[in-house]
Design a protein around this ligand. Structure first.
Ligand SMILES: *Cc1c(COP(=O)(O)O)cnc(C)c1O
Length: 487
């Protein structure tokens, strides 16, 4: 096969040649008077040693080429399981850039930001409607931050009754952030093994819950993409022992408008606005992880909350049982604007359709690739499906080889080796925004790779062939990063 590797982009330092400038301005002709505030002449730099010198067009092309080396949702299919890399409608961006939202100083008094407060109020109303829960804080910066915020509320609620309790129970199919958040909130964690169907084992839960159990954190649907149909029973078991049910609702995109967290008996849940409600994400932000709570948890919500007062809105700090602030100012406000724009453009029925489509598309892939890749839990799933490399491993090819080869097809790899309960996992989440033609292209690529594994496993193990760099040493990159250019 013809190999057509793209060249890596050189650094600006390497592209530099002495004397080149990007912009030539006439001399200002103004003498700046020396004052006692002036930086002493000896410390003033005339030149920055080794600073790259390039023309304007060279700089523009450098950054344009760099930007096109990144795979993004706007470039192509991005089936990264658990991350919900859906298309983000551009109208949300236009809304987030409206000058009166984007330009408002975060310290402005309430009277000047009535419109922003109204948007926060209405977004909370919308999230209340879709979860069925009593109130929602919009402060947390991310899903994991929402988990921690909720756990601090759980701690406060237990403390109020005399004992903060010690243990948070977490199924082995939960998202990895759940145990981390629990530890940060001062709890120890205990794992509950899934049953053979990949679901929460209610008998095991019943055995584990006692007076030291603070809460159960359930990822629903779990990281296998399977809906926890026993969740309402889990709530009853927990509530009987005074423990709380926490729902990790980062993947609410798979059942919003279809199943009600309130009816499940959920006490607290977080929602990832940057997944379900469409904000560009990846590379660490920006995100927003609002926490919705049932009535009993309302007193413990972070301050401030937005309240309606006659014909206006105000920030309420007078909440004596609150856990306090978890974020400066008004949360990740631009993400709130995007989420609200997304909700308004779709409406209630539109949101339900999002979930139905996300589930349909994941199941289409599940059916089309069954038999081609291993499938430990073969039942229907919601928004994602977890295949594995058991068939290819017989030829010495691992999940990582398969997804590196996928790069040559212009497709972003799915999540690999997660969840941990599936060995060699390939976790695929198409989201509702892909066309059938795109899914068919993905299926064809996955089938072609499976075929290559049969014909020539070493070829697949040598992938990728078309990317500017081959396989990076990820351990070295993390342990000994080189962040500075030196000759
Ligand atoms: C993404 C995700 C999280 C964490 O969200 P962040 O915004 O990345 O902190 C938690 N749980 C589940 C199930 C997720 O998919």
């Amino acid at each position: 096969m013809k190999i057509n590797r793209r060249e890596p982009e050189k650094l600006l330092f390497e592209l530099s040649s002495p004397g080149k400038v990007g912009l030539l301005l006439p001399e200002a002709g103004v003498e700046v008077p020396e004052t006692k505030l002036s930086v002493p002449a000896a410390y003033r730099r005339k030149e920055i040693a080794g600073f790259p010198e390039l023309s304007q067009v060279e700089v523009v092309r450098h950054y344009t080429r760099l930007s096109s080396l990144n795979h993004s949702v706007d470039h192509g299919f991005y089936p990264l399981g658990s991350c919900t890399m859906k298309h983000n409608p551009k109208i949300n961006e236009a809304a987030a850039r409206i000058p009166r939202f984007a330009g408002a100083h975060p310290s402005l008094p309430e009277t000047y930001i009535q419109g922003s407060l109204e948007l926060m109020y209405l977004l909370e109303e919308a999230l209340k409607a879709v979860t069925g829960l009593a109130r929602v804080t919009l402060q947390p910066n991310a899903g994991a931050h929402g988990e921690w915020t909720a756990l601090m509320m759980i701690r406060k609620a237990h403390q109020k009754r005399g004992n903060p309790r010690k243990v948070v129970l977490i199924p082995d199919s939960a998202h990895g952030t759940n145990p981390a958040s629990s530890i940060f909130a001062g709890y120890t964690t205990k794992e509950i093994k899934s049953n053979p169907g990949g679901k929460l084992d209610l008998a095991a839960l019943e055995r584990e819950v006692n007076e030291e159990t603070a809460a159960l954190m359930v990822t629903c649907p779990n990281t296998l993409g399977i809906f926890e149909e026993g969740i309402a029973d889990a709530a009853r078991i927990l509530h009987a022992k005074g423990a709380y049910l926490y729902l990790d609702g980062a993947n609410f995109n798979s059942f919003m408008g279809i199943a009600s967290p309130q009816k499940m008996g959920v006490d607290l849940m977080h929602i990832n606005l940057h997944k379900t409600f469409s904000t560009p994400h990846g590379g660490g932000g920006p995100g927003s992880g609002p926490v919705a709570v049932a009535e009993g948890m309302v007193p413990f919500l972070p301050v401030p909350m937005v309240e309606k007062t006659g014909d206006g809105y105000r920030l309420d700090f007078d909440r004596p049982d609150s856990i306090g602030r978890v974020r400066s100012f008004h949360g990740q406000f631009a993400v709130l604007v995007r989420a609200y724009a997304y909700i308004l453009t779709l409406g209630g029925e539109g949101l339900t359709d999002v979930s139905k489509m996300a589930v349909l598309l994941a199941n289409y892939i599940r059916v089309r690739l069954t038999g081609v890749y291993g499938l430990k839990y073969s039942g229907p799933t919601l928004h994602e499906v977890v295949f594995d490399d058991t068939i290819q491993a017989k030829r010495g090819v691992k999940n990582i080889d398969i997804v590196k080869r996928l790069l040559d097809f212009g497709i972003h790899p799915p999540t690999v080796s997660f969840p941990l309960i599936v060995h060699g996992a390939l976790m695929i989440e198409p989201t509702e925004t892909e066309s059938k033609a795109e899914l068919d292209r993905f299926v064809a690529a996955m089938k072609a790779i499976a075929e290559e594994v049969e014909q020539d496993p070493d070829f697949v193990k040598g992938a990728p062939y078309t990317t500017p760099v081959k396989r990076l040493d990820e351990v070295r990159a993390a342990r000994t990063p080189v962040l500075r250019w030196k000759k």
